[in-house]
Design a protein around this ligand. Structure first.
Ligand SMILES: Cc1cc2nc3c(=O)[nH]c(=O)nc-3n(C[C@H](O)[C@H](O)[C@H](O)COP(=O)(O)O)c2cc1C
Length: 323
């Protein structure tokens, strides 16, 4: 499989793929070309949240180029934030129109906007002429029904977008069921825009399946698959440049991540809880890891967490991500 022209983009995963994760990942693994940052919400009265902006500051993101993502539905606030990001050096910005969480969707943000193509049309008409960065949208097939996509695509035809990242599920589906490849195919046939495929690429086989099905797509966004198998982008790109045993590399990655989060998190409980989030994804990829993983996830103090992680790695379990 020729992967020369393939672009792999790390998906935004709020609570996981922040700048710390992105930089540490890039010190230990290869194959991801760029990352989309977890969303930054627009704020009323044109205020900015400095901590969220720090996440995408180009000087903090030298390892992996980052595309900031905005969540919002008020054009003036969107433009204000997008202009600020442009001044920071960002030439590409993404609009989150896919977030499925009901708290967000109820406020007509994220996937909550998808049933209202006229509203999105109006917002794009106001935003695009007033920002200097190019804008892409990250969408799902719809909020409630897969068929919402068609009026959305017809509306997107009228706008000059950098591209459309499509995760072929509905919002209310959350992460249930599987990504709908038939719906993705119909969508790309109904649009002149450049598409990025996103959804359920978890191993080489699932990557090959989408690659073979959509030969004209060369941008692939991967989220949870990278958390459960940090080697996945290397495996896809076949750029294995490191002969160190995988278990050692994973331990090195884990220890580096823990040390970096230790510098920024105030309390040990917060730190352990952040790290346990990663174990939820990576842990099951080790063979027969159920028991020692449970021990890690039950740890309530940092010393207990560290002891149990040490014990976990000492077992030398085979790293074999589940399909
Ligand atoms: C914990 C979590 C946090 C997420 N945060 C964001 C986000 O900030 N912005 C966004 O557009 N999508 C977000 N997503 C969706 C992912 O970017 C992606 O579209 C989805 O996980 C499907 O891709 P995957 O199957 O490769 O993980 C999140 C998903 C998860 C599971």
């Amino acid at each position: 499989m020729n992967t020369d022209n393939i672009v792999i983009i790390l998906a935004p995963l709020q609570g996981f793929t922040d700048v710390t994760f992105r930089n540490v990942w890039a010190r230990h693994f290869f194959g991801i070309d760029e990352a989309m940052a977890p969303f930054i919400s627009t704020m009323g009265q044109q205020r900015l949240k400095p901590t969220r902006l720090k996440d995408v500051a180009p000087e903090n993101n030298r390892q992996l180029p980052v595309i900031p993502q905005i969540l919002g539905n008020v054009s003036a606030d969107f433009i204000f934030l997008a202009r600020h990001l442009y001044e920071m050096g960002h030439r590409r910005i993404n609009w989150n129109l896919g977030c499925p969480h009901s708290k967000i969707a109820k406020k007509h943000r994220g996937s909550g906007l998808l049933p209202y193509p006229a509203k999105i049309d109006e917002l794009l008409g106001q935003i695009i002429p007033n920002i200097s960065a190019s804008l892409s949208v990250k969408i799902r097939l719809g909020r409630r029904s897969k068929d919402e996509i068609y009026s959305l695509l017809a509306m997107f035809e009228r706008h000059s977008l950098e591209g459309i990242i499509l995760h072929p599920r509905t919002g209310i589906q959350m992460y249930e069921g599987t990504s709908d490849h038939d719906a993705f195919e119909k969508a790309i046939q109904s649009s002149r825009h450049t598409f990025t495929y996103n959804g359920d690429i978890i191993d080489l086989a699932s990557f090959k399946k989408v690659r073979d099905r959509f030969p004209n797509i060369n941008q692939f966004m991967i989220g949870r698959g990278i958390l459960s198998n940090p080697f996945l982008a290397e495996e896809i790109k076949q750029t294995q440049k490191n002969s160190t045993p995988r278990i050692e590399r994973l331990k090195g990655f884990h220890d580096d991540l823990l040390a970096e989060y230790d510098k920024i998190f105030s309390g040990p409980a917060h730190l352990a809880s952040r790290m346990k989030g990663f174990w939820n994804y990576m842990g099951p990829s080790f063979q027969e890891s159920e028991k020692p993983l449970k021990q890690i996830l039950k740890a309530t103090s940092l010393p207990a967490y560290s002891d149990r992680v040490e014990a976990f790695f000492d077992q030398n379990l085979e790293f074999l991500p589940k399909p």
